[in-house]
Design a protein around this ligand. Sequence first.
Ligand SMILES: N[C@@H](CCC(=O)N[C@@H](CS)C(=O)NCC(=O)O)C(=O)O
Length: 754
Amino acid sequence: MLIFCLDSAFRNSVRRLPKNTLSIQFYSKCSKVSRYTSYNSRHHFHFKNGDHVTNTVLGNFRRYASTYDSKDSKKDKNAPKILVENVKGTVLVPSHGLKTKVFKSFLPLRQSKRDCFHPGVSALDRTSITVGNEKDVTGKDMIKAMLTYIWPHDDKSIRNRVSVAVGLLVSAKLMNVAVPFLFKYAIDDLNSKVATANNGQALLDFATPADAVLTTSVALLIGYGIARASAAGFNELRNAVFAKVAQNSIRRISKNVFLHLHNLDLSFHLSRQTCALSKVIDRGSRGINFVLSAMVFNIVPTVFELALVSSILGLKCGGEFAAVALGCVGIYSAYTLSVTKWRTKFRVFMNKAENEAGNKAIDSLINYETVKYFNNELYEAKRYDESLKKFEDASLKTSTSLAMLNFGQNAIFSSAMALIMVLAAREISQGNMTVGDLVMVNGLLFQLSVPLGFLGSVYREVRQALIDMKTMFTLMAKEPEIKDTPGVLPLVLKNDKSIEFRNVCFQYVDGKPIFNDLSFVIPSGKHFAIVGGSGTGKSSMIRLLYRFFEPDSGEILIGGQDISMVDLQSLRKSIAIVPQDTVLFHDTLFYNVHYGDFSKSEEEVYNAAVMADLHDSVKSWPDGYKTQVGERGLKLSGGEKQRVAIARAIVKDSPILIFDEATSSLDSITEQHILNTVRRATKGRTSISIAHRLSTVMDADEILVLENGKLRERGTHDQLLNLPNSLYNHLWQLQHSVGLEEEPKRKVDSAKQG
Ligand SMILES: N[C@@H](CCC(=O)N[C@@H](CS)C(=O)NCC(=O)O)C(=O)O
């Protein structure tokens, strides 16, 4: 095998790759034609500056690179070099420095003795690429990602809301801090009046009610009430204004994750449980909501209030006061965080025990009859009680540790309050402060204790939310391995709609090849059938055509264009499929047919239904096209579902049509109807019928018989059947002798006449 680095001119003209992008292709030698030109493309790698290279890509890269034929490379001393370091390292890519000198044609890369290519790297103009398994998402990354949602560049109204919410937050805290001040001034005013009264003058002049209201201290006390109410009002307003920001960001992130999941490769989805993925989205977006709310409603306002209170105390009462306030909050926080960390495990046990008890109860009640058959009611109750006991113990520990936490928090704050008031009393006795000041200091500190009373819970929940967010953002950082390269051109199908497999080798797991140098051409407009025993890769062929997977080597061409070089959307648009297992959406029948292409008119949907032999039966149903098909199409029979799938494929109106075992689970009468619709639908299209039952593909223009990943034989039904030693003949005899088919030939003949 050889490794080639693409010429930069080729890179720019054919693929329109941007600068700083290196495209590397591995070519297999299996066709043994002349070097440099006729090697079969084996794999493409595109690296660009800052690209994230997954372990799988790196693994493939190494795999291809390690089988590189070093004899060929020695001929070119100027070959560009690539350094592949460890997973967390970098790939150093030669770029413009060498362009004019050696990037004139395909160039072999040199391989060193180790698993890397490196001589002369220092002389190169480098572009570095970070390499990692799944990008490690740090706290900084998450904050950055969150900021893009709460400060979106493309949504001014959200930015305005955030600004207003911040303004309201500051106003609420200023009002909050004003409360003890107003209280202080009222007390000082009253005090001075008491002092005046003690000197023999009237305490208050309540000659008229208006005078009474206007008295300074009364006005201050009313102001106190207004300030308290305003602080609460600003807080509530802030919540209302910010709610839209939080909900909007949850919506956008959920949508982005959803889209991202759809963009990930099929291999990813085959290896994950859909339910687990939806939990990731759900928990992750709830985590974002929690972190955002905690920041905006608790952490940031409390920090702001602490800064405000300690500055006021420092400026008005002296450094000692500020030090007590800050020290108190510091000790309080350290105590709260350490106790919360310790007691979190009790909550985890508690939740586990609760789930366990719930599961045992459900399992036991579901198996009601079995429990009765074996007289095991008491045993079941004992098992259930064991989990309840665990829950009880953990709950007790949670409650007692909560009491301890609350008491400790209270003790710390009370000590600080006592200390600060002793300081204030000392200052009063020295004539530096008033009684009002003492009340103000007490009020400021007391108010601070309210949000801090939930510090432990906030810390615990934020930690959990960050873990959930990390899982979600890690999922977001996962790159699909099959994706469009920038500037890639769309697949254009005019007259030539042929399909060609050229020396395709493919395997899901090492050592178990699915296709082994498979080559065939399906000419434009022809209906070909692909048959073979199970496990011969019939369905893998579809996955390769849709580019859900890439061949390990060789090329697949549609209309003469290599599908690995064309835009994925255009490729998938040009193929319509009637899958083996038709899965319908939980919606109406019309919706399910229209799903083939939502841009099509109602009329076109009905026409497709007529072609698929679906229209008449739908018309006879009470709700017609508005019939709900039931979750995953469970309410429809197998034949009806297949017809919906055919109608949907007709609506899509692609030049290439694939039937994947379209009649596999149908009775013979329904099968004949479906085969008739298949015949109608394939007219004028290049089509492939993948089938296990040979009788369903007898009238194909040509039949390709696969065995062990290779094309074993090809021909029309009659040609293949007339070869006594053909695999087709053998399969045919086998299927009929075991009674898989009754009178297949007669069925097809009658269908043709029909
Ligand atoms: N003061 C404690 C407790 C605050 C509190 O009462 N939290 C509520 C939830 S907002 C609770 O139910 N906590 C139960 C627990 O922490 O076990 C702290 O800072 O965490």
